[in-house]
Design a protein around this ligand. Structure first.
Ligand code: C2E
Ligand code: MG
Ligand code: MG
Length: 753
């Protein structure tokens, strides 16, 4: 065999081998393309289903919010028929003016409808009247109004008188407005969502209707179904809560549809998209890959290019899907309004497109006081409906260049345009009165914090923080109220933060000291019967009074550590005096309310006494009166426990809270500390009568009384005459370091040994 022939035969083999490999690569490439195509299609559809489902939820929330809006008036019609005709018209007129509906109609059980604007009409044949009389609340498909020629949707609820349905209340809204409720902009606006009934007839359609179907017409019959028959689809959508998809052709295009049942009118939302829109990206991937596979037959190059393109394209598809999902992130599912993220973006867009001298803005933070009570009374679902209704009210109050969001739970943020403060008050008053008239299930008390925007470059979050800060200063009021943000609030927060940053270190490095303020016997003014322990903070050579840090520690919980520290310091001191054989006096220690929530609170105090071997009877625990009002049950449990361990108990600042002696009579209290505010004016006869009354009542309950804040001899004499047992105040002695107290109390004469 010559070298040439060898070469020739191996070349032939090589060519065959290469052809085979090429064929294999092309085949593998095509197979690969085919499977990628399938996966991408599937993936896209799945994500379209997800988007359609979120869209259905959002539509459901919006429709239900409007049904609740009309429902909130129904109770006013339970004795409607007893009113004179003028009175009836006045009620309807007031509701039509204040509600979001264009017209409000009451229909009695015989089907006679009355509208304040259009008078009377027989509505007996109307399906919404009949459905309402069956006890259902819903919205009708659009139809020409009974009183006008415009196409309307009726949102209706039954009117109950006692247990009986005595009529139907309906609010009409123009079809164009209702269409905006179901408009979506998913898939770059290439989708349309239709609300259909269980027979497939279109009840509501969006403004941008890509199928051009009319309401009342069967959507399934208007298109050519390709994946399932009409019957199959209808069978699938009949049971509620179901969700699925199908394919159809319409006007030479194929479409993909995803449906989901909603909890409103026994309806289904069908969202449709052109298959070419949903699959556009997939098709691009496929055709490009075919070209590449044919041109590049070299294995490595083909593989590398296919993989490269696949990665690149998958990423694109994924990005598309992620951006669709992000779109949904921008909707608050509960209210259907903008989410916080969208709100923040909106605010930025508004600010960026505003010339600073043309507009002034204010960020309003709004919160419902004690919204928990609404949930507790009406249940979460009703609570959610109220929030959705509130969102509708706010949304309708907005003008051009304004936006809002439900920030979380029951708190909303609104960006408004204003010219003078009066505009801001006006806007707030409108919201308060809208809520008052239109949300009648529960009397909502609102708090508003307002931050005027003086710098359009500020980010929305900081503005919200400031408005929140202002709002928190008034939260808890019993009436709706508002507060403006000012820079002092910021300084206060900064100061609080500074204190929080150093408190732990300060405790470890002994910056806190215990002072004692002696208490005196009013029968014998020179007799010290004990003392109250009061904490002091020495920092950087200065003494910070308790008012500067106790409220902050009460907020952040650090107070329980301070109280224990003070108690232990007192305990150590009592032990020293006990060891020296001194005549022992009770020392009272203030315990903040937060301690009461700690399960081992009393046990921990007892353990400290055991550690130093000091009997509990040398301690009095002072708890302020307002705690009793907040939670008498917990207080009773803790007091009984304290008593069982042998501690004395006093109620501090009595008279500043809302409790009465009657409330406290079942508590094992030893001492009542009457607040110094009672002593503001010793000549005030009424105030003296009250003190005298409190003292005699305390006496009858076997409690001792002490008056704190005694500053004058006049006060001393008055209290002595009223038979108050003890006194504490600057008149006798100020709070002092323990060494000074020791000197004052345990002079040689006082030593028992
Ligand atoms: P409090 O328990 O009612 O203490 C009495 C307050 O009245 C003390 O203020 C005391 O210095 C002040 N005082 C006493 N006599 C007079 C007087 O004649 N005239 C006037 N104007 N004031 C008088 P202080 O020490 O500033 O404490 C304020 C509050 O801080 C205390 O009120 C108590 O509620 C709280 N506090 C103090 N130390 C502690 C502590 O260790 N733990 C807790 N939880 N709270 C504490
Ligand atoms: Mg006290
Ligand atoms: Mg007090």
């Amino acid at each position: 065999m010559t070298m040439k022939s060898i070469f020739k035969s191996s070349k032939a083999k090589y060519t065959v081998f290469l052809s085979l490999i090429t064929a294999l690569v092309v085949f593998a490439g095509l197979l690969y393309i085919f499977s990628v195509n399938l996966v991408l299609q599937q993936d896209n559809r799945l994500h379209f289903d997800e988007i359609a489902s979120e869209t259905a939820n959002s539509i459901e929330h919006k429709l239900n919010a409007h049904i609740s809006a009309i429902g909130s008036y129904a109770y006013r019609f339970s004795d409607f028929e007893n009113l004179s005709e003028n009175e009836q018209l006045a009620v309807l007129d007031e509701i039509t003016r204040t509600s979001i509906f264009s017209d409000v109609v009451y229909i009695d059980e015989r089907g006679n409808g009355l509208s304040s604007q259009f008078g009377e009409a027989s509505l007996f044949q109307r399906e919404y009247f009949r459905d309402g009389m069956r006890g259902n609340s819903s919205v009708s498909g659009s139809a020409t109004g009974d009183f006008s020629n415009e196409r309307m949707n009726m949102f209706y609820v039954p009117v109950m008188t006692g247990e009986e349905i005595t009529g139907v209340l309906a609010g009409s809204l123009e079809i164009d407005y209702v269409s905006t409720l179901i408009d979506t902009d998913s898939f770059n606006g290439n989708t349309s969502s239709y609300v259909v009934d269980k027979s497939g007839s279109v009840v509501l359609k969006p403004l941008g209707d890509i199928l051009h179907v009319e309401t009342g017409v069967s959507l399934l019959e208007s298109v050519t179904l390709t994946s399932d028959s009409e019957l199959e689809i209808l069978t699938k959508i009949s049971p509620s809560e179901t969700q699925g998809n199908f394919l159809f052709d319409y006007n030479d295009d194929s479409y993909f549809a995803s449906y989901k049942a909603i909890d409103c009118g026994d309806w289904v939302v069908i969202t449709v998209v052109r298959s070419s829109d949903i699959l556009a990206v997939t098709h691009n991937v496929m055709s490009m890959m075919v070209i590449f596979t044919i041109v590049f037959t070299v294995i490595a190059a083909t593989a590398i290019i296919i993989t490269g393109i696949r990665n690149w394209k998958s990423k694109n598809v994924l990005n598309n899907i992620i951006s669709e999902r992000d779109n949904l992130k921008f909707i608050d599912p509960l209210t259907g309004g903008p989410s916080l993220e969208r709100f923040i973006e909106n605010v930025r867009t508004i600010f960026d497109s505003t010339a600073p001298e043309t507009h002034t803005y204010a960020m309003i933070s709004m919160d419902i006081n004690k919204f928990r009570a609404v949930n507790d009374h009406l249940g979460y679902e009703e609570g959610n409906k109220i929030l959705a209704k509130l969102a509708v009210l706010i949304e309708r109050s907005l003008t051009e260049g304004e936006t809002f969001t439900r920030k979380n739970a029951d708190s909303f943020c609104i960006l408004i345009n204003y010219v003078s403060d009066i505009d801001i008050f006006g806007r707030i008053d409108t919201i308060i009165s809208d809520v008052y008239y239109q949300i009648e299930e529960f009397k909502l008390i609102l708090s508003f914090g307002i931050c005027k925007v003086d710098d359009l470059t500020m980010d929305a979050r900081s503005l919200i923080d400031r408005a929140d800060l202002a709002r928190r200063t008034i939260k808890g009021n019993n009436e709706s109220s508002y507060a403006f943000f000012d820079n002092n609030m910021l300084n206060k927060i900064r100061e609080e933060k500074r204190i929080e940053n150093v408190m732990e270190y300060a405790l470890e490095s002994n910056e806190f000291k215990v002072y004692l303020q002696p208490k005196y016997d009013l029968n014998n003014h020179s007799l010290i019967i004990g003392a109250e322990a009061l904490v002091r903070w020495f920092r950087g050579g200065k003494m910070i009074p308790p008012g500067g840090f106790i409220p902050i520690f009460e907020k952040n919980g650090f107070i329980t550590k301070i109280d224990k520290f003070v108690f232990e310091e007192v305990c150590k001191q009592q032990k020293i005096w006990l060891n020296r054989g001194f005549d022992m006096r009770t020392i009272s220690v203030n315990m903040s309310r937060m301690n009461l929530q700690e399960p081992h609170f009393v046990r921990d105090l007892y353990d400290i006494c055991t550690k130093y071997n000091v009997p509990t009877k040398y301690f009095e625990i002072e708890i302020t009166e307002s705690v009793a009002f907040e939670n008498l049950e917990t207080l009773t449990r803790v007091f009984n426990e304290l008593k069982n361990y042998g501690f004395h108990i006093s109620i501090d600042d009595f008279g500043t809270g809302y409790s009465s002696l009657n409330m406290l009579k079942n508590l094992p209290v030893d001492v009542l500390k009457i607040d110094r505010s009672f002593l503001s004016d010793a000549k005030n006869e009424r105030a003296n009568n009250i003190i005298s009354h409190v003292i005699s009542l305390a006496l009858s309950l076997h409690m001792k009384t002490i008056c704190e804040g005694i500053e004058t001899e006049e006060q001393v004499n008055l209290l002595s005459s009223l038979r108050c047992d003890m006194a504490q105040g600057f008149y006798f002695a100020r709070p002092m370091p323990i060494e000074d107290y020791e000197k004052l109390l345990y002079s040689d004469a006082e030593l028992t040994v």
